[in-house]
Ligand binder design. Sequence first.
Ligand SMILES: *Cc1c(COP(=O)(O)O)cnc(C)c1O
Length: 378
Amino acid sequence: MSFQQKMRGKEASVALRKCQAMQRRADATVSLSDGRRVVNFSDNDFLGLSWNVEVQEAARKAVRDYGSGAGASRLVSGNSPLYDALEQALAEFKGEEASLIFGSGYLANIGVIPALAEAGDLILADKLIHASLVDAIRLSGSDFQRFPHNDTAHLARLLERKRAQYRHCIIVTEGVFSMDGDQAPLQEISHLAEKYDGVLVVDDAHGFGVLGQGKGTLTAQGVSPKAHILQIGTFSKALGSYGGYVCGAAAWCEYLLNFSRSVTYTTALPPATLAAALAGLKVIESHPQDCVQPLNNAAYFCEKMALPAPESPIVPMVIGENEKTLKIAEILQRQGYLVGAIRPPTVPKNTARLRITFSASHSKAQIDGLVAALQAVA
Ligand SMILES: *Cc1c(COP(=O)(O)O)cnc(C)c1O
């Protein structure tokens, strides 16, 4: 297929993507290019920390103290003292031995997974894992099998049937699923990983900062740190900054620093980004009770919409067809509400959806307004 044919295919299936210029504002709104202001129910700045005064000031100070860019890889001269400070603070907060910072959550995934598994190893992953994990698994060259979403009985059968034929086995899932907002049954999956001598990798990009008093989905489910569990996450969502991390046993983090190519062959994060993440972490640590506000807002919305109680601040409303989903999102935008219209290949075919995310910054009036607009569309 030619490049033009591929683009026409995207157009025909109403899956063509475009970037819209918009300026985010502090009150959970964005200004569109035509000057209109709409309420933002589409981003992952769950705690509004990208607008927190202490976080912003920490970033400004770091620019003055350390410069605007890192200048080199972490393993050369880019490893500012902020890395140590943030890695230690993060590990302590999560109750883990150590952590290792990457350039983003995407880079953490494509660094960690291929460092853990290669050809001759087995990866078992939930059907609905994030695209960055799929890319990471492909890059690893390992044998890869998916299990139906959150189906631990199926996972157990796969382990029973296949585990003995492989040297290493990695189980990959998410704490909170990014397009569905539900949680993985981590206690059961952890038991299976331990029983079959596997490593469990949990991408908790959306649980960190929001669930378990900010510590994440494992804490929320009462799963304590374990030698066979690695948690991956990001500073780009609830922490309002940028950058990714893995945390777990110190020996794992040391190993991953040596074997993750996405740490070695890329420039270190800008100091301001690290300083902002560290300041965001301190805000969460000192106000753990505020972390639940995004989930409370989602629960308020779901109650009004007669939807099942949410497991995270991400609420999907599955529409099905791409065209209809996009149309509803456009109508909502005209009414003053920005929600994500998520289409394949981000989600499975025929499950295009509105992805509505709730932040601590949303007011009851803003949520009531969205409810009214949605009820009018229906
Ligand atoms: C957002 C997300 C990522 C990517 O994190 P970035 O820091 O934005 O690169 C990875 N995994 C999951 C599950 C995510 O939701």
